[in-house]
Write a protein that binds this ligand. Structure first.
Ligand SMILES: [Zn+2]
Ligand SMILES: [Zn+2]
Length: 243
């Protein structure tokens, strides 16, 4: 009850207080936005790069990178609003540990233009294991999916996909170790929600993509027609920029 009141209180505060920059907290004119200083610091990725994987293209590549041409990835389209850096990381952390609805709205604002007009879209957040969900009380990606759904009037199915096996943090693992760790960790709970649909996976931060890849495999087995991935931030390593 107290938790509920606190959440309601935050909603009220969100509306009553002047809008603040999502980066530094200074007062700004526009809700769910950045001040001019933070704005110049953010590296927006948007629709740049390969039309399939979103990674930077080489001078010889037109629209699709060589890697995607040689072997089309399981995820048909990957987009991130911004590059992962101190500022975008701080937003992701505040959302994850603070249940800040305002942060979810800011992220959704910049992610919304990246949702393409695909046939029969459904937004599905990358799920947490239920033990993690109990610990934290909410799934940060589901908060963002809900805000995107409201903004775009695209349906969201927050419980269609679940993480049936708890996985250790992937940080520090090689791509192969990551793939092995998350393989078979997901399960589709509601096949009717995803069968024949374009499933748009929603996540906060994209690093190597092994988690999203495992989700996509599970969704396709359950009949999803196409899987896309839209995240708030993406780790773009110098090695990827100079492939
Ligand atoms: Zn700022
Ligand atoms: Zn590509």
């Amino acid at each position: 009850m107290i938790a509920l009141l606190r959440i309601c209180g935050r909603y009220v505060l969100d509306f009553a207080l002047p809008p603040r920059c999502a980066g530094c907290g200074c007062i700004v004119a526009d809700v769910h936005s950045f001040c001019t200083e933070c704005w110049t610091e953010v590296e927006f990725l948007g629709e740049t790069g390969c039309v399939t994987c979103g990674l930077p293209l080489q001078a010889t590549e037109a629209q699709t990178c060589g890697i995607c041409l040689a072997k089309p990835p399981r995820i048909a389209r990957t987009r991130a609003a911004v590059a992962y850096d101190d500022l975008s990381r701080s937003l992701a952390i505040r959302l994850k540990y603070g249940r800040k609805v305002a942060i979810a709205r800011t992220m959704a604002r910049y992610m919304a233009p990246l949702v393409a007009h695909s046939p029969e879209p459904i937004l599905v957040p990358v799920p947490l294991h239920r033990s993690r969900l109990w610990q934290r009380g909410f799934n940060q990606s589901a908060l963002v999916a809900r805000e995107l759904s409201r903004r775009l009037k695209v349906p969201a199915a927050s419980l269609a996909l679940c993480r049936s096996r708890r996985t250790p943090p992937l940080k520090g693992m090689s791509p192969l170790q990551r793939r092995k760790t998350v393989a078979g960790a997901f399960e589709v709970r509601n096949k009717a929600a995803v069968a024949g649909k374009t499933v748009i996976l929603i996540d906060d931060v994209l690093t190597t993509g092994s988690t999203a890849e495992a989700c996509a495999r599970t969704l396709q087995r359950a009949g999803a027609a196409r899987v896309e991935l839209i995240t708030w931030a993406r780790v773009v390593r110098p090695s990827q920029l100079m492939r």
